[in-house]
Design a protein around this ligand. Structure first.
Ligand SMILES: Cc1cc2nc3c(=O)[nH]c(=O)nc-3n(C[C@H](O)[C@H](O)[C@H](O)COP(=O)(O)O)c2cc1C
Length: 167
């Protein structure tokens, strides 16, 4: 790595006002979801999204195996969910960490409480180091018609993610 001041890198990277979502995945008999801030639309035609997932995450294995992922947007009024899903989740039936989900068209989990969601079919993977960038086409989308507010972002919490790898 170039000789960068690591504290400065952290301080600057943490200023990026990223989204905060639950990325879900499914393969075989397994469903999982994790707190994710590295997510963005990356093309309009086809409508495509990229997400960067740690190679050590269980979700990474499920996205690799299943070939799809879901993105669940959440209300900023309930950010505790993101604390819970930043550690390995427990699944009981169709609940992850006590939050009910259904299978989307791709099989990836869509949470009942999500304010909006979409499903992505992975088209390309890029090895970027600690993480894999999964790029894919949006193949399903929906929202809670009652919900009028905005979606949560990382700045609605005191959580941080990114910067340099902790030694
Ligand atoms: C605020 C916040 C944002 C996060 N964003 C990401 C992310 O974009 N990509 C990632 O791989 N992990 C991210 N994580 C870490 C994962 O949520 C965490 O490693 C999780 O335990 C992975 O779950 P899994 O192993 O069950 O898949 C983030 C954690 C926090 C607290």
């Amino acid at each position: 790595m170039a000789m960068l001041d690591e504290r400065l890198v952290n301080g600057v990277m943490w200023l990026i006002p990223n989204a905060l979502v639950l990325v879900g995945a499914h393969a075989g008999e397994e469903w999982n979801a994790m707190t994710t801030s590295w997510i963005s639309q990356v093309s309009m035609e086809p409508v495509s999204v990229a997400v960067s997932i740690d190679k050590a995450a269980y979700t990474h294995k499920l996205v690799m195996d299943g070939g799809f992922f879901s993105v669940n947007l959440w209300s900023p009024d309930d950010t505790r969910v993101f604390v819970k899903f930043s550690k390995p989740a427990t699944r009981e039936g169709m609940e992850l960490n006590g939050r009910r989900f259904r299978e989307g068209e791709t099989g990836a989990p869509i949470f009942e409480e999500a304010i909006a969601w979409f499903e992505v079919e992975v088209a390309r993977t890029v090895d970027v180091g600690t993480h894999t960038l999964f790029i894919g086409e949006v193949v399903g989308v929906g929202r809670d018609p009652e919900y009028q507010g905005r979606a949560a972002g990382i700045d609605d919490t005191r959580m941080k993610y990114g910067g340099v790898k902790r030694h």
